[in-house]
Design a protein around this ligand. Sequence first.
Ligand SMILES: *Cc1c(COP(=O)(O)O)cnc(C)c1O
Length: 815
Amino acid sequence: MTFDAEQFKENLTARLRRQYGKDITQANKHDLFDAVSASALEIIMPNWMNTRKEYEAKPTKQLYYLSAEFLMGRALGNNLINSGIMEQVKDVLKDMNISYDFIEDEEPDAGLGNGGLGRLAACFLDSLATLEYPGHGYGIRYEYGMFEQHIINGEQVEFPDNWLKHRDPWEVKRSDLAVTVKFGGQIKYGKTPDGQDRFYLENAEEITATPYDMPIVAYGSNTVNTLRLWQASSPNGFDLQLFNDMQYHRAVERQNDAENISRVLYPNDNGPMGKELRLRQQYFFTSASLQDLVHHFVNTYGADFSKFPEYHVIQLNDTHPVVAIPELMRILIDEYNVGWDDAWSVVQKTFAYTNHTILSEALEKWTIEVFQKLLPRIYQIVEEINRRFVIELRQQFPNDYEKQNHMAIIHDGKVYMAWLAIHAGFSVNGVAALHTKILKEQELKDWYKIYPEKFNNKTNGVTQRRWLLFANPELSDFITKRIGHGWEKELSLLKGLEKYVDDDASLEELIAIKRHNKEKLAEYLKHSQNEFLDPESIFDTQVKRLHEYKRQLLNVFHIMYLYNKIVEDPSYNPPARTFIFGAKAASGYRRAKAIIKLINTVAERVNNDRRVRGKLRVVFVENYRVSVAEKIIPASDVSEQISTAGFEASGTSNMKFMMNGALTIGTLDGANIEIVEEAGEDNAFIFGLKADEIVKMKQEHSYNPTKYLDRNPSLAKVVNQLVDGTYDPSGLLFKEIHDSIVYGVEGQQPDVYFILADFDSYVKAHEKLAAEYADKKAWARKTLINIANSGKFSSDRTIEDYVKDIWHLKKVAVK
Ligand SMILES: *Cc1c(COP(=O)(O)O)cnc(C)c1O
């Protein structure tokens, strides 16, 4: 991109003048952030326009990634790096006596996602653009993203994330492309001019969907793709009649109801949502997106929909957007008179589905009651899809009524969204090798039997532009100094670093870089939450959503165990350790919140006990999010990836840590398996039961957690400390956690996630780790081997896999 420093200055001052009525001396941090972003967008804009023109001029297949979540984080730094103008902008700012770092922290995260699934969507967009593929995102412009987490008295308290309080300088509102989405109403039949039956809705509630576009800037090429997010509003505004009658609340009721659809992201990760508003959100953004695509298709190519799949492939990110399938049927049949079979054939060639979890509580299903009332015509279409499918099922499994019922898209009073996706689409993929294997052999085995050709694996990845080049500039320079540029777009080149694993100078430098990143994190946490971290200690980090299957509790038990051990035996002198946590819990997930309280309670105790000072410290980082991950991950020595084997579909933070030179302590779960395959068993700390052992114990009901308490007194002591007054005088705060492990509560088995079974081997893995850390050189060597072998985990590789096996896109170079 061409950069004209004078022009940039001029744009910047013009923006300050026009937008804020200020000159550079009067502008505050926020004004400057806004003006710098707007000026950067000015530079990016010609490429964005050219990209769109290029795609129009050379009709080719485009990918649309439909996702209820895009966890984008901040845009400024990423866009400056990707467009190659970071250094120039910094220089201009320096010229004007402004420090770039000073304004960067002003940008709120676009936190339009919960965790891994939403961040994956964001990494995919970055890779698609960088690899010059025509691929775009469609989602919801939530007015409030992921809640802001405060820790008050050790407990999570949620505050609204008002990220749009100031205008977002990166978005472009496209009112000209607004569409209408209909809810409720009654189905009516009419005749088309040529005498065919036609369905339409009467008395439906109409909602306006307005798109806001965000640029997705390629690294090192001119491509700028689009993330299109829909905002909901009422087409009628407020009711003037009611207002004039002084019925002020009722006058704006409709407007508020409409706007509520895109008001707030549901803060559930891998959990049940089941709320009608959630289904409203799903239909709202998928209907708007499909209308957008179909309008554009008809305007460009006419109404021969048999060509639709030649130009569109739609990836459904989990079941959240699956209602897009009957919606495309509806648009084709009701609005364009396409016959059922032709419409079905278009649908079958257009949709592909990604499964992200085997947790049954996360597989979405809607009661017929809710579904039919909200989307009567869509329900009717799903019923017809189901009716035809059940006929096939009877032929497939003639005498197996149980199976016929269970696999039906509608059964037991509910609509099963995953079943709809698997039946209608042409591809079903898991997100790591083990996960896909479990889908084929266990969770979806009946489906694999009837549709083996649809199943495939696409191991997740992360973009090295954000997670290495941007987040860890010193390590990036270290890499470039040794292997040159190129790794930014081809991460497998990192393999070239293996030459240096026995080079003392390189290892020393690596140690110094990690040390400096640790100092920077310590500095940040001192200012942000008055926490004091010792950069000399091992930074041992577990950052991810709080969920029982992720087993933050196992980590805490280990810390409680270490604390006891140090207190009981003053001669025990382990290396100094800082355990860092960051995690948000879904607002209604009581046990997850209790675990947050436990972590903070243990932290309070440990950090204030002189007997363990200098040996043990626990830090809970408030409000974990992308911009905080960018600071924590480069500063970590140890990456905690300790989910119960078989439960974490892939994980992606494990990959971010690996490429930033943290060593993994983890179970053989999700992508950890592939990480260890790449890095070698000796360069990670693997422990615990394997997925097949867990399955076996569950099937045979052979797991007896109390056995582990009887065998291991120090573990029994830790578990008992949850209720014996050590951490909470009342003994009640953590009783539910205690009972869930020891007895099982609410009809659950005790210790559902096998914490006690894995405790011993986890402790041993930590002991090995602590011993090995003492040899700084040997440790650094292992980190370098990890970095050198992290190439597979670039989302560029993942995207190339999707392109080859599912999407079949061609690159489009933008001039
Ligand atoms: C990468 C990322 C995640 C996913 O973490 P996992 O450990 O893979 O669950 C969640 N939240 C944020 C902010 C992330 O950057």
